[in-house]
Design a protein around this ligand. Structure first.
Ligand code: SF4
Length: 253
């Protein structure tokens, strides 16, 4: 059964939410000319945002983090986006020396050994590349929604990250049904893993399918406590979420 047939549903206020999202993206592009990027995780929410940016020809760059640990299906979406929308996706990879050093010292499966090591891996493979994506930019766009987890329950449409950049979360009030209704109506390409009960998709070692009744992000870092389940991309430094060697940004994935 496909994710579209499982989740897509039009609910009250859907058209208004789409209109508000588009208006916010237009405002974001106008306020940050040539200095704004959509940091896409290539998940369903981010594909909706990419579709809106491309469909309305908004001057917002599209960037993603190729951690070296993504599923082939996820990496395949990069080319699909480029051919479908005729846009270039900026791909940021980790510094290979850092990866080699980390793996040599801590092993291939270090993320399962401790939260500290898991966050160390995220710091090298995600946070440092994200800092390059955001360098010289004054704003970024994410696909975070309040419904995704307790940690994200208070996500605002706009916020400041700890470097003073504006972070736009234009899907903050969207439901999972909204996301899939938009994908169905607009024939948006999406990761086929969503058809296999992966609602939230990250790196392969840290993502699993969920069972009926499990939380949306239950398949991410499932061996950790709920409160620790962020990679640091969307968590402020003062919350102590970032590994000490990467004091950089405030907050994705
Ligand atoms: S999600 Fe897992 S594999 Fe990916 S960077 Fe974080 S710890 Fe490493």
């Amino acid at each position: 059964m496909s994710a579209v047939s499982l989740y897509a549903r039009e609910t009250a206020g859907y058209d208004a939410r789409v209109a508000n999202t588009l208006a916010l993206l237009q405002r974001a592009a106008a306020e940050h000319p040539m200095r704004i990027v959509q940091a896409t995780s290539l998940g369903a929410e981010d594909m909706v945002i990419t579709d809106l940016i491309a469909r309305h020809d908004l001057p917002i760059a599209i960037g993603t983090l190729e951690t070296g640990m993504l599923h082939a299906e996820t990496v395949g979406l990069i080319l699909q986006i480029e051919s479908r929308y005729a846009v270039e996706v900026e791909v940021y990879e980790p510094v290979q020396e850092s990866v080699v050093h980390f793996v040599k010292k801590n092993g291939e499966r270090a993320m399962y050994d401790s939260i500290e090591l898991r966050k160390g891996c995220c710091a090298i493979r995600k946070l440092e590349p994200l800092s390059r994506m955001l360098k010289d930019r004054s704003a970024w766009v994410t696909g975070m929604r309040r419904e995704q987890s307790a940690n994200r329950g208070t996500v605002e449409f706009t916020e400041q990250d700890d470097k003073g950049r504006t972070k736009f979360n234009p899907l903050a009030d969207w439901s999972w049904a909204d996301v899939w209704h938009y994908i169905a109506v607009n024939d948006v390409p999406y990761n086929p893993l969503h058809d296999q009960f992966y609602p939230s998709i990250g790196c392969a070692p840290c993502t699993r399918a969920i069972a009926v009744g499990e939380d949306f992000r239950a398949g991410r870092w499932w061996w950790e406590d709920e409160g620790a389940k962020e990679c640091g991309l969307h968590v402020h430094e003062e919350a102590g979420e970032l590994a000490p060697q990467v004091s950089m940004i405030g907050a994705h994935a």
